[in-house]
Design a protein around this ligand. Structure first.
Ligand code: ADP
Ligand code: ZN
Length: 662
């Protein structure tokens, strides 16, 4: 799809290319001209001596005591010009010096010339010698400078190319500090993106709808004295529709959309990033109300000061500081709203997320099976396809795919059908397209085989079941097998707010819950997968904390080696070797107990776990209501039936992570 783009940058740019053109032309012209006029022949003393003997030399001019210029008599010049083709001196210059040669010493030259004159036996051999201390002429200077001129010229060309290539400011070195945002035509109804084009993402849409309303009815908010938000951060993996969503906001509100990538601010020149930020906001203010979209904001927004000392970071820091200043600087009611996208909110500088900056964070996750169906619907709108193809089927075939992947599949399928000269896109074209896209995905987003997906579902069902059955565990909220980042699936629970007092029983139950995933795999497959790495890491750390920090082991007693000052060096342990061994033994015992507790539960409910895994494979995300239909009421709900305080805390999750390199 060809997008109509135009740069918003309309200032006239001083173009320095003509300057270099003139210089280069001049140099070429001069050297051509000089070539035609006179190039003295390089000779040596012997040749010159022969000429003196024949009486052809009129005078010799010694320059700076080391070079001699030979001027011949007019007859001699004419004679040489008339000589037959091939004579070395046929093309000696008519005017000026005809030969040059290098001399060793002036005295010897003087002596040799006199000798030659004498030897010639001619009566009026005209040779005279002049001595001259010549400064270099301007031509010499020019020729010496030539390589430099060329080098500098090439350097400028190179830099121009660089700034273009980086997608930054085009149009020459003078323009390097200009932000070259792309603007999409809001008035072209064919190009306008609206919420209709964005499938799924229901939560993100409702959140962002607010911004649309701000832009549409800003007067209403201004009258009330409300502050319009300045920015929102869209967080999610690549291709999930962050850009699309931002464009849809602009489309819905019918305001201009300025888009720029964070990496455009990163240049090799000091100060360029900051100046581009300034320029971007300048442009935005002129167009207000409008949406500024900054893709890949992590390119500049990475937390500052982590590698202090590497000067490369200073530039990015300056750029970030400028961005913060600009966001603080513009009035809340100018109508410029900045949307930024990243797939890693965790590495962003906290300052970016402070109030009045990107204080809203909108999650844009990978679509689940229903959302994928909707995305297929959007992208199949214009594709002529076999009426019998079930979109639900397509959605089920594409777990873990992003919206961009699905758009890609639809297009590929049409291409494949066209190659086969079909009138309609058929089911096997879609299957071929999926295979092709999976092949392309392999590096980025590891596709899972059916067996792997089932193992993940069993694993998550294991966590969920143990947590469901132990009343000390936090209530399970939802379980998903949608891959996200490094994790293949996750079980979410809500921390119980009334449980301020964490006891050893609570921690032991948590341990069992953490181990549940791996045990479910073990029970069902008999194999130990590497997918439980983060579960094991968490449970091991937690157990060590129980024993060595919280004093929860009766055997070790109420002793804590926790260091709240953080000043203890990490190499020496504050306890003896023997105590270390005892701590290890206690950790092992607690973990074994938790393991046994979880294993008993899992063996008891294994049928239900398999049932839950089937449900997970079908729905991809299941909620506590779904779990209840399988396992009955949870242990937590049985315990406190009447108290139903609404829970407003952020859910915690247990993730299945795979970090094993293939
Ligand atoms: P991101 O900015 O998150 O990397 P984009 O917004 O650039 O992703 O998405 C790339 C393309 O993928 C879009 O142009 C669109 O065709 C398709 N796409 C992604 N998500 C969706 C969605 N939720 N609904 C419809 N199309 C989508
Ligand atoms: Zn797990």
């Amino acid at each position: 799809m060809a997008k109509k783009k135009k740069t918003t940058n309309i200032e006239i740019r001083p173009n320095f290319m003509w300057f270099w053109g003139v210089i280069i032309l001049g140099i070429i012209g001069y050297s051509l001209f000089a070539e035609g006029r006179s190039v003295p022949v390089a000779a040596d003393w012997n040749t010159v001596e022969q000429m003196i003997l024949k009486g052809e030399v009129e005078r010799i001019k010694v320059i700076n005591k080391d070079e001699a210029e030979v001027y011949l008599t007019d007859q001699a010049i004419e004679q040489y010009h008339n000589a037959e083709e091939g004579n070395r001196f046929k093309r000696i210059p008519e005017y000026g010096k005809q030969l040059t040669f290098t001399i060793g010493s002036v005295d010897i030259l003087d002596r040799d010339v006199k000798q030659a004159v004498a030897d010639s036996g001619l009566e009026n051999n005209p040779v005279s010698i002049e001595y001259n201390n010549e400064k270099h002429g301007w031509t010499d200077i020019l020729f010496n400078l030539l390589p430099w001129v060329f080098l500098i010229g090439i350097w400028f060309l190179f830099i121009r190319g660089m700034s273009r290539g980086a997608g930054g400011a085009g149009g020459g070195i003078m323009n390097v500090g200009k932000a070259r945002a792309q603007e999409f035509d809001k008035d072209d109804p064919n190009k306008r993106v609206t919420f209709k084009d964005v499938a799924g993402l229901a939560e993100a849409k409702t959140e962002i709808m607010e911004i649309v309303d701000f832009l549409r009815n800003s007067q209403k908010y201004k009258d009330l004295g409300a502050k319009i938000p300045k920015g929102a951060l869209l967080v999610g993996p690549p291709g999930t529709g962050k850009t699309l969503l931002a464009k849809a906001v602009a489309g819905e509100a019918n305001v201009p959309f300025l888009s720029i990538s964070g990496s455009d601010f990163v240049e090799m020149f000091v100060g360029v990033g900051a100046s581009r930020v300034r320029d971007l906001f300048e442009q935005a203010k002129k167009k207000a109300p409008c949406i500024v979209f900054i893709d890949e904001i992590d390119a500049i927004g990475r937390a500052r000061g982590k590698n202090a000392g590497f000067s490369g970071n200073d530039e990015r820091e300056n750029t970030l500081n400028q961005m913060l200043t600009e966001m603080d600087g513009f009035q809340t009611n100018t109508g410029v709203i900045v949307l930024a996208a990243t797939n890693r909110a965790d590495i962003l500088d906290k300052a970016l997320m402070r109030a009045g900056r990107f204080d809203r964070q909108i999650d844009v996750g990978l679509p689940d099976v229903n959302e994928r169906e909707e995305i297929f619907n959007v992208h199949l709108r214009n594709i002529k396809m076999d009426k019998n193809i079930d979109r639900k089927f397509l959605a089920r075939q594409t777990p873990g795919f992003s919206g961009a992947d699905i758009a890609n599949i639809c297009n590929e399928a049409a291409l494949i059908a066209a190659r086969k000269n079909k009138k309609l896109v058929e089911r096997d074209d879609f299957m071929a397209a999926i295979d092709r896209v999976v092949g392309g995905l392999e590096k980025r987003n590891k596709p899972m085989s059916k067996a792997e997906r089932r193992a993940t579902a069993i694993h998550e069902a294991g966590h969920a079941t143990v947590m469901w059955m132990l009343k000390e565990c936090d209530p399970v909220l939802k379980v998903t097998v949608i891959p996200r980042g490094n994790s293949l699936g996750a079980t979410w629970s809500v921390p119980d707010e009334e449980r301020v007092h964490v006891t050893n029983e609570v921690m032991e139950a948590k341990l069992a819950g953490l181990l549940g995933g791996r045990i479910a795999e073990e029970v069902n497959y008999g194999t130990l997968g590497a997918g439980a790495l983060s579960d094991l890491e968490r449970s091991t750390k937690m157990t060590y904390a129980m024993v060595a920090y919280y004093g929860m082991s009766k055997k070790i007693g109420p002793i804590s080696y926790y260091d709240s000052t953080g000043t203890r060096d990490t190499f020496t342990k504050p306890y003896s070797e023997q105590l270390a061994t005892e701590i290890d033994q206690e950790v092992r015992r607690i973990l074994d107990d938790a393991y046994n507790k979880a294993r008993t539960l899992i063996e008891q409910y294994n049928d239900k776990i398999n049932q839950m895994a089937d449900m997970l494979l079908e729905k991809e995300t299941i909620y506590s209501e779904d779990i209840e239909t399988i396992l009955g009421p949870s242990a937590q709900s049985l315990e406190e039936k009447e108290e139903q305080a609404p829970r407003e805390e952020t859910p915690e999750k247990v993730e299945t992570e795979v970090k094993v390199e293939k």
